[in-house]
Design a protein around this ligand. Sequence first.
Ligand code: CMC
Length: 442
Amino acid sequence: MSTETQTSGDGAVGGAAETLTVTDNRTGRTYELPITDGTVRGIDLRSIKIDDDDFGLMSYDPAFMNTASCRSAITFIDGDKGILEYRGYPIEQLAEQSTYLEVAYLLVNGELPTQPQLDEWTHQITIHTFVHENVKSFMQGFRHDAHPMGMLLGSVGALSTFYPDANEISDPDNRLAQTIRLIAKMPTLAAFAFRHGNGQPYVYPDNDLAYSGNFLNMMYKMTELKYQPDPRLERALDILFILHADHEQNCSTSAVRGVGSSRVDPYSAIAAGVGALYGPLHGGANEAVLRMLRRIGTTDNVPGFIEGVKAGDERLMGFGHRVYKNYDPRARIIKSAADDVFEVTGKSALLDIATELEKIALEDDYFVSRKLYPNVDFYSGLIYEAMGLPVSMFPVMFAIGRTSGWIAQWLEMVGDKEQKIARPRQIYTGGRELDYVPIDRR
Ligand code: CMC
């Protein structure tokens, strides 16, 4: 809560160190706003008024460039230093030593599991991988060339109709049940969408396999009685899921929180996250990277392409990040996972173009001065391509990994007493008090 002071606002107000003193030059009044955790509360600005009828000062922050929307103990990012931690654990250690399901447990529960906890968590997720047969039927109703991300968006939202009790979000046991279902069923929906595009029969989960191995099974099993995933591909996929698991208040997570703040069931909230992730500036970026590499065609065309980017004709997809202004730590890990995958699948012809683009861009003043470095999506697309995935599946892969982060953020929001329904303000710029004109007189 801000307080109005009688001083002139020369900085020596109140004696408290953790405050901000502001003078409203419209009125000459000075206010002292508390600073907590490096922030001032937007609502404190409201007491700054010209007169009693004034609504009070607001902050204007399109795209939330400098606004914290919540307190969160899930993911820490230091964009300048290139640090990413889940619940305090560095991403490098998790990618090297953990598994996706253990990371999902960590994100959701706040601490690494003991062996019995991990066993139970893994068991619960494994026995919830099947979807209702009717889900299969309505997925079959999509057009043959439906984008798999659109299918995922529709089908994850539709899960709310299969679990109508999921709207009882104040019940912790209920929340846990939906958490497990969401993490368990996302790969099944994703694989069904993939098989649909190929005109192939959907493959049921194999609960003898681990999370990523089962996903490969549902994607690629043909006539063999038992699908045996290549352990190197299985591990690379697990690493990709770990790297994509959470990234604090990004566009899709903000969508999940924003929609979830209406107290809707988590399937509907996560469907909003999938929708946000579909966009080319977010989860669609790896798809855009591959399309870009294909368009460039050969390494000879790289310098010309870079000139086009510098002229503002287009963007170098897979470069730049709202938060990382040094490097994206996930990009480094992914590059080494890519080498492991290429060992199995053979090198992608596009890798040379990507390497050349990266080399030129990292030396070019346009990119250096704007602190544009490869992000997580610059290489993930090449891995997926090598695994035989069409580009339309790339954001779907991102969504599988991000589900644990979305649900962890949703759980945190539901339990946060400070949160209310998300409802930003606006600066109205339209007309006022116009008289309605009948249509024949316009
Ligand atoms: N290629 C060329 N120029 C760029 C790029 C790029 N990829 N990214 C930013 N710039 C330029 C931009 O034109 C601007 O230049 P100027 O100052 O001369 O106007 C400057 O760099 C700052 O850019 P911005 O658009 O203000 O930065 P932002 O923080 O709003 O955008 C971004 C972040 C990720 C949307 C953007 O860098 C971008 O569009 N990158 C390509 C898409 C991409 O790879 N997205 C995946 C992000 S990582 C996965 C995820 O977490 O979603």
